[in-house]
Design a protein around this ligand. Sequence first.
Ligand code: AMP
Ligand code: GLY
Length: 459
Amino acid sequence: MRCSKTSPRLASLASHVPERLHASFLYLLKIICKMKLLVIGGGGREHALAWKLAQSPRIQKVFVAPGNAGTARENGLENLPLTDIQELARFAQKEHISFTTVGPEAPLAAGIVDVFRAGNLKIFGPTQKAARLESSKSFAKAFMQRYDIPTAKYATFTRASEAHAHIDKHDAPVVVKADGLAAGKGVVVAMSKDEAHSAADMMLVSSNMGKAGASVLIEDYLEGEEASFIVMCDGAHILPLATSQDHKRLLDGDKGPNTGGMGAYSPAPVVTPALHNRVMREIIRPAIKGMAQEGVVYTGFLYAGLMIDSKGNPKVLEFNCRMGDPETQPIILRLKSDLVSIIEHALNGTLDQVSAEWDRRVALGVVFAAANYPDTPKKGDVITGLPRAGEDFKVFHAGTQLNGKSVVTSGGRVLCVTALGDNVKMAQRRAYEIAEGIRFNGMQMRRDIGNRAINLKKH
Ligand code: AMP
Ligand code: GLY
């Protein structure tokens, strides 16, 4: 019996069973039909997604490929040491995986959704073509222009001499971006022309970003408050998730280099209900509709990174074709609904028939990064003081692995300590209280996650 097919039919089968046996019949079928799921990725976002999926009573096991030390030790999760897309598809066939959810952008850009679908495997994410909204910034910018989606003015260059000439004519600050995927590190917000020239050289001449930097965008600098606006799409319907705000810079006070994200909280108070409607109307719906007009049905998570100016006008900084990391960690900690059921609706094209219920509290996540992150993160440092989860917090793992009984660092961003509180200040206090006990050599952590929201409220 295939569990994925059987579970949604429980109710209709039950109608053929005599009344007095109804409850026992349903109970029995639920036990027999426990589903197995697969989550692709090994970061904090994937730990959070897999942890949440495993809480559904219908789930027997969630495989996480490749996972980390956190997913290795979690009840109901099992790590799978695979990253090759064909091997993952074969595994999903063999294990009768009910559906697969993809965390990071790289497998999406490499076409994992297309491969799984070709093998009749259910997978939640955008196709390779749809993922171009993230995998090529020049595609995304031209797309936004075609559909009047508000974004900063830009120009694209492959020749360094032309990029330099453009920078010379431009006022600073100015933003230099690698066209391709660069794990959140392909953007230089240059406060001076000199800095912009060096960034263009670093991408186009020294090729520090490899192919991702073979083409660069030079973009107007936008000022304001950032927010992450993430929705789920089933091709026709859109389900917005709770809003959030990331902290991209490495150091307190939004100083230092851009990173993949050093902390996040949800909700983002800057996104008022009126602004929410406006973002849906001016950004999200036109994006989904525009893709459809170009023959691309958008399915999966869609993330609009927004800059909201002092007058409350939103502009798109970037589109991502996935959930954010670390935004997912606080968002998932607040999700009260069954994520399995929501994704099933998304896979069946019935997202309009489900809603997501959120904890009214604020969730705030503080990232621990390894020594030398983001340039050359150090690996192998033993992490001590990791607490068990509590009712109001969870430590999600990212770049960690097991070394015997020890948990050691194995990547740039290592942990995300995520806590709930009645307001941003209380969630912040709780998260730092828990973070206090955790130690590893050279660890880096911002001390001001949430301060922007706290200061916003003061104005
Ligand atoms: P992106 O990967 O395009 O979202 O850029 C990473 C980060 O760089 C954003 O979260 C912003 O903090 C900053 N950034 C990107 N584009 C701009 C812009 N046009 N103006 C100001 N800051 C920007
Ligand atoms: N935290 C930013 C991102 O996931 O792109």
